[in-house]
Design a protein around this ligand. Structure first.
Ligand SMILES: NC(=O)c1ccc[n+]([C@@H]2O[C@H](COP(=O)([O-])OP(=O)(O)OC[C@H]3O[C@@H](n4cnc5c(N)ncnc54)[C@H](O)[C@@H]3O)[C@@H](O)[C@H]2O)c1
Ligand SMILES: O=C(O)[C@H](O)COP(=O)(O)O
Length: 621
């Protein structure tokens, strides 16, 4: 049950002081697209790409991206700088050049990369650039996004990226077919000794009996990793008349069945296969998963293709397995170390066919990957979160779209709440209570939690918080953020009825913000699409959260509004909203005053000097 109480006390809303609700300072709009998931939280704020939460609505079609210009990054003040450290298709470069300064600098040493990165907002890499923790450190907070023009992100230190609040996006679909075709090319080339026979013939020999191959039809192929590439390889191998089995602990059996493939256990796959094709990512679990033990279980004379990642094979063990004849042949596109050393026994082995990581290297795939990554990177630079983000939670576009105004509310409540704390950095425990008519499983609060966290942390530190690093930063600062869902009887059309932020075990600068249960507590809701503060401690208020806010507690008596209004007016401070919440007639009241400008010390002193005012606080939104 909710520990929070309902705000039931009367509210006096002073429309005479109210500016048009449309003259707000904050605008939020979202981009709805199937290829990009927009993200609100000023992902790139540390580089001032999105100031005052302004995001522009654009149609993120390919054509609009092509025609887009740096105005979409208007708040950056200048075009973003994008470093492309490996060759990228021209179409993608053109998309990038339409909006940013694009520097293509290939084969950089780690030192050179670290030097350049401090001047870059985005970095685009393929598999050849190691984006290590040192690179993120050297970026000094400027790097907002790393775009991996391809699938595998094992060359990017994701943990470091997350800690530095840097989004990592990849382009996971455009090279699938190219990789699958290369897998099949290697399979067939290996089975028929194409590479070896080619070299021998070019050397003037005519060795027809030496290069007798093996047939593929009717043979069992084990596809290890039944994802995008694996399933396309399986489909093609079926077309070659092979019997295809697959191992993938996470793949749905019905997807495999649909293309006539049986999902089997790891051991079943490797013990029964004549050919094994590797298509799993390199992870701590798959690292050297093919080793002396696993080779020993394989059928003698098995043939192995690897277009996934070199690291999934213990390469020394593979040499031993080739020498002993357990593995008859291998065809490898990828290596633990790339490029492999010139005297690599594996590369030089006569039963091994090698290519230099060419799986994704078709013209078509590279153009597709380049466009895919350019769109994802530009989206991230605009404050959107690409659907291909790999170190941030995925939030469905429709969820984001309906949460848009609540996201603003959540950040502002966090921002207000922390300013109510004496010495804000001592906060340890925060609770966010969401009141909603929807069932607990029908509201994704990760984005809201991230924004409350952002609001809580940013005013009291120089850390920039976004959806990528919010949970990490909170944990790092020892801030425990718990969430509570309260089902209320309101419209299920609205995702959230109200949000309450409670901070416990702290003293407040404004004692009236402390609720009866002892925590600093503020509530807000979205009204007319705009965030409003609706409750402070035990007092109901109703003030639009824009500009800045003065909260005063006074003895409820006539003339208070006029007196404070006059003081502010004399200092040319424009009052945008006023609202008074009171406990009972002529008793205690809280006056919430929205002001466009920051009042000077004299104005604040004068407000404090009004005899009926018992306490007040100025809060920056
Ligand atoms: N050589 C190249 O140029 C090239 C090109 C594209 C992709 N790749 C690599 O191929 C691999 C697959 O790419 P994809 O696009 O199909 O990725 P994907 O994510 O679509 O598929 C990977 C599959 O591996 C499965 N998997 C994870 N752990 C596993 C395990 N322990 N055992 C078996 N399966 C496991 C996953 O469930 C997933 O279905 C990646 O390593 C990628 O980097 C290489
Ligand atoms: O993971 C990938 O996408 C492939 O390995 C392709 O890598 P590349 O972009 O370096 O060719």
């Amino acid at each position: 049950m909710a520990s929070s109480r309902a705000c039931t006390k009367p509210i006096i809303f002073l429309s005479a002081f109210t500016k048009s609700k449309f003259s707000h300072q904050y605008h939020v709009s979202f981009i709805n697209t199937t290829s990009h998931i927009p993200i609100y939280p000023k992902l790139s704020q540390q580089r001032s790409l999105v100031v005052n939460n302004v995001l522009k609505t654009v149609e993120p079609t390919e054509s609009s991206l092509r025609s887009s210009n740096s105005e979409e990054f208007g708040s950056l003040g200048e075009k973003p700088t994008i470093l492309v450290s490996e060759r990228l298709g021209e179409a993608g470069l053109q998309v990038l050049r339409g909006v940013g300064h694009v520097e293509c600098a290939y084969e950089l040493s780690q030192e050179e990369l670290c030097t350049k990165i401090s001047c870059c907002d985005a970095l685009i890499v393929r598999s050849g650039t190691k984006v290590t923790r040192e690179v993120f450190e050297a970026a000094k907070g400027r790097l907002k996004v790393v775009g991996r023009a391809g699938v595998g992100i094992d060359n990017v230190d994701l943990q470091a990226a997350t800690e530095f609040g840097c989004l990592v996006v990849n382009a996971p679909t455009a090279n699938t077919i190219a990789a699958a075709e290369h897998g099949i090319a290697l399979l067939a080339a290996m089975a028929r000794n194409v590479a070896q026979a080619d070299a021998s013939t070019k050397a003037g020999k005519w060795q027809r009996s030496k290069y007798v191959g093996v047939s593929m039809v009717g043979k069992t192929l084990a596809v290890m990793g039944f994802g995008k590439v694996g399933s396309e390889v399986a489909r093609r191998a079926k077309g070659l008349g092979m019997h295809v089995i697959a191992h993938d602990p996470y793949a749905p059996a019905d997807r495999a069945r649909a293309i006539g493939v049986d999902l089997v256990s790891f051991d079943q796959a490797i013990t029964t296969a004549d050919f094994i094709s590797l298509h799993m990512p390199l992870t701590p679990t798959t690292n050297k998963i093919f080793n002396d033990n696993t080779f020993a279980k394989m059928k003698k004379g098995v043939r192995i293709v690897n277009v996934a990642r070199g690291g999934v094979i213990d390469e020394d063990a593979l040499v031993r397995a080739l020498d002993s004849g357990i593995v008859a042949q291998a065809a490898l596109d990828v290596f633990t170390e790339e490029p492999p050393s010139k005297d690599s026994k594996l590369v030089q082995h006569e039963n091994v066919t090698v290519t230099p990581h060419l799986g994704a290297s078709t013209k078509e795939a590279q153009e597709g990957v380049a466009i895919e990554i350019a769109e994802a990177v530009l989206g991230a630079l605009k404050g959107e979160l690409s659907a291909t983000a790999v170190n941030a939670p995925m939030v469905a576009p429709e969820v984001l779209s309906e949460l848009a105004p609540y996201v603003v509310l959540a950040e502002k409540l966090g921002r207000l709440a922390v300013q109510l704390v004496c010495g804000g950095s001592g906060i340890k425990s925060v609770k966010v209570v969401y009141r909603s008519a929807r069932g607990p499983d029908d509201l994704d609060t990760r984005l809201l939690r991230a924004m409350v966290t952002k609001g809580l942390i940013e005013p009291i530190s120089n850390t920039i918080v976004n959806l990528v690093n919010a949970d990490f930063i909170a944990k790092q600062k020892g801030l425990r953020i718990s969430e509570e869902r309260v089902v209320v009887d309101s419209s299920p059309e609205l995702p959230v009825d109200s949000i309450q932020v409670q901070i416990s075990s702290v003293d407040s600068k404004f004692a009236s913000a402390v609720s009866e249960s002892g925590q600093i507590s503020i509530d807000g809701r979205v009204k007319f699409g705009e965030p409003h503060l609706t409750c402070v401690g035990s007092f109901d208020v109703d003030v639009s959260l824009e500009g800045n806010l003065i909260l005063c507690r006074q003895v409820d008596q006539p003339g208070m509004i006029g007196r404070v209004g006059n003081i502010l007016g004399e200092q040319n401070v424009n009052v945008s909203f006023m609202s008074v919440g009171r406990t009972s007639r002529r008793n205690k009241a809280i006056m919430a005053i929205g002001v466009d400008e920051e009042p000077n010390k004299e104005a604040l002193d004068n407000i404090g000097a009004v005899p009926a005012i018992e306490e007040f606080v100025f809060l920056k939104l």
